[in-house]
Design a protein around this ligand. Structure first.
Ligand code: G16
Length: 547
């Protein structure tokens, strides 16, 4: 605790709703704007994680509404709790993977990441805050719960008054009770990428006339993408679309998926599609990969990456293992089996990969929700995934669609789709999941529209590294014809509830590999609707979005 004359104790009332979800605390901006709301949550973090006096903390965010104005508040509380140094990016912006890297690189005590990721921004949008540990990874579930418990009894917090923070000036600034260091995080991140990928080969590939289009969606990745694609690889400035970060993301919903980035799907289907079309999300940890006439399903992406990893400089020795979140398709399991390495199945939430990465048990991991990453950092990494694909295309001298089709011809195809059902009344969504859970013992052997259920459970995870247990992580239903349905509730929304229904149907390599996804999955979708009694519980006849 700092005891200088600039620091004082401020009284407040506890808030009861500061329970972190899948990835930190996410709320509407107007909720975060309530008096003492941000300060109370920060106080709960500082009281729970007890940062050693004088240590450094990485602080930064995706540039959304409330990002910049929150940093002086964080610095004031951090100073009062004895933090010696705040490290941030220019204007207080850091992509999530760059922040994770910076924590590790600078041996900081942890990080406070200001982001609601792919959620909409602006004054009516969302804001978020999450604490990452000294490993660079998100706080584990037990720490997140302890922070929530602490938040419910915060009746005061300590704050130091600091001079105005010079966030737009690179370098070190002495603020009296704390030091502020503003770094060029794009340069540091690009240097890390140069250790993993063959920049000369990619630059050659571009010089040969191959084009890339990367859409930063006016979110955090613009400056990073310009540094890498334009300055270091020689792509034209026009290769990076919507490069300037804006607090409201210029009206974009910064979520790289075919619904919110329909314009990129259209570009990839046009006769003059670039060889690689890609996007990332608000905080730069997600990725969407497209090429002429083809979007790579995120579940296929991690499988293809694993198959080819040893062709790229950072992964020449292969990887010790791989992991996917439970709802992610089992395409990557088949590659792991062929390579003779373990494939771990974890609950949804990138933090569940972190112990495995930290223990050296895995080298690559991925999720259906457009997230992929490797042991180079402890968050998923959007631009890294784009560079992985670009390096791969340059190395294989193949078009993106051929790389994917080759993969299906070797391993078969896992047709995959996630259906989202948004419901205002969260209780109805919870009741649906409860009803499924209650009926689990009776499911194996039940006939379901031409096939039968072979296994059903509520996913329970035991972390192989520290033995911690996570129960009720999603209802899994396996069918005799190779289909799988998973039901779970999203943990990242800020209003109502979103029921996610994940559909997966495997077709062997000698089967029909070129069907439309919706056609291939139509029978499974109707089985999922019947089994989950989706219309009865939600009133919805069709998904709000199919991704
Ligand atoms: C977060 C998590 C991911 C998860 C995703 C969706 O991503 O880090 O692991 O897959 O949310 O979660 P849900 O299905 O609960 O909405 P991000 O990019 O939002 O931080």
């Amino acid at each position: 605790m700092s005891d200088t004359a600039n620091c004082r104790e401020i009284q407040c009332e506890p808030y009861s709703d500061q329970q972190p979800g899948t990835a930190g605390l996410r709320k509407k901006v107007k909720v975060f704007r309530q008096p003492h709301y941000l300060e109370s949550f920060l106080e709960a973090i500082f009281r729970t994680v007890k940062i050693a006096p004088g240590s450094a903390l990485v602080v930064g965010g995706d540039g959304r509404y409330m990002n910049r104005e929150s940093i002086p508040v964080i610095a004031g509380l951090a100073a009062a709790h004895g933090v010696g140094r705040i490290i941030t990016g220019l204007d207080g912006r850091l992509s999530t993977p760059a922040a994770s890297h910076l924590i590790r690189d600078r041996q900081a005590a942890g990080g406070l990441l200001l982001t609601a990721s792919h959620n909409p921004g602006g004054p009516d949008g969302d804001f978020g805050l999450k604490f990452n540990t000294a490993t660079g990874g998100q706080a584990p579930e037990a720490t997140a719960e302890a922070i929530y418990a602490a938040s419910q009894s915060i009746t005061s917090y300590r704050l130091c008054d600091l001079p105005e923070l010079p966030l737009s000036a690179l370098g070190e600034h002495d603020l009296g009770d704390i030091l502020l260091e503003v770094v060029d995080s794009a340069a540091g991140y690009a240097a890390l990428m140069e250790t993993l990928f063959d920049f000369d080969r990619m630059a050659d590939w571009l010089r040969q006339g191959n084009e890339v289009a990367f859409d930063a969606l006016h979110a955090v990745t613009g400056p990073y993408a310009r540094e890498i694609f334009c300055r270091r690889l020689g792509a034209a400035e026009t290769a990076v679309l919507n490069a300037e970060p804006l607090p409201d993301f210029g009206g974009f919903h910064p979520d790289p998926n075919p619904v919110d980035c329909a314009h990129l799907v259209e570009l990839s289907r046009s006769p003059n599609s670039p060889a690689l079309v890609a996007a990332s999300d608000g905080d730069g940890d997600r990725n969407m990969i497209l090429g002429p006439g083809m979007m790579v399903s995120p579940c296929d992406s991690i499988a293809v990456m694993l198959h080819h990893a040893d062709k790229l400089p950072g992964y020449r020795d292969g990887v010790p293992g791989v992991a996917r979140s439970m709802p992610t398709s089992r395409a990557v399991d088949m590659v792991a089996e062929a390579l003779g390495i373990p494939c771990f199945e974890t609950p949804t939430g990138w933090r569940f990969f972190c112990n495995l990465l930290e223990a050296g048990r895995i080298g690559l991991c991925g999720e259906e929700s457009f997230g992929t990453g490797s042991s180079h950092t402890r968050e998923k990494d959007g631009l890294w995934a784009v560079l992985f694909w670009m390096n791969l295309l340059a190395e294989l001298r193949m078009g993106l669609d051929d790389v994917v089709r080759d993969h299906w011809r070797r391993y078969g195809r896992h047709y995959y789709q996630r259906q989202d059902f948004y419901i205002e009344d969260a209780d109805r969504a919870r009741a649906l999941v409860e009803a499924l859970r209650a009926g689990l013992p009776g499911l194996p052997g039940r006939q379901l529209d031409g096939t039968s259920i072979t296994a059903a459970d509520d996913f329970h995870y035991r972390d192989p590294v520290d033995g911690s247990e996570s129960a009720n992580q999603g209802i899994r239903v396996e069918l005799a014809d190779g289909g799988r349905i998973v039901y779970r509730l999203s943990g990242t929304g800020t209003t109502g509830a979103t029921l996610r229904v994940y559909l997966e149907q495997y077709t062997p390599a000698d089967g029909q590999l070129e069907q439309q996804v919706a056609t291939a999955l139509a029978p499974l979708a109707s089985r999922a609707a019947e089994l989950g009694q989706i219309e009865e519980f939600t009133g919805l006849k069709a998904p709000t979005a199919s991704i």
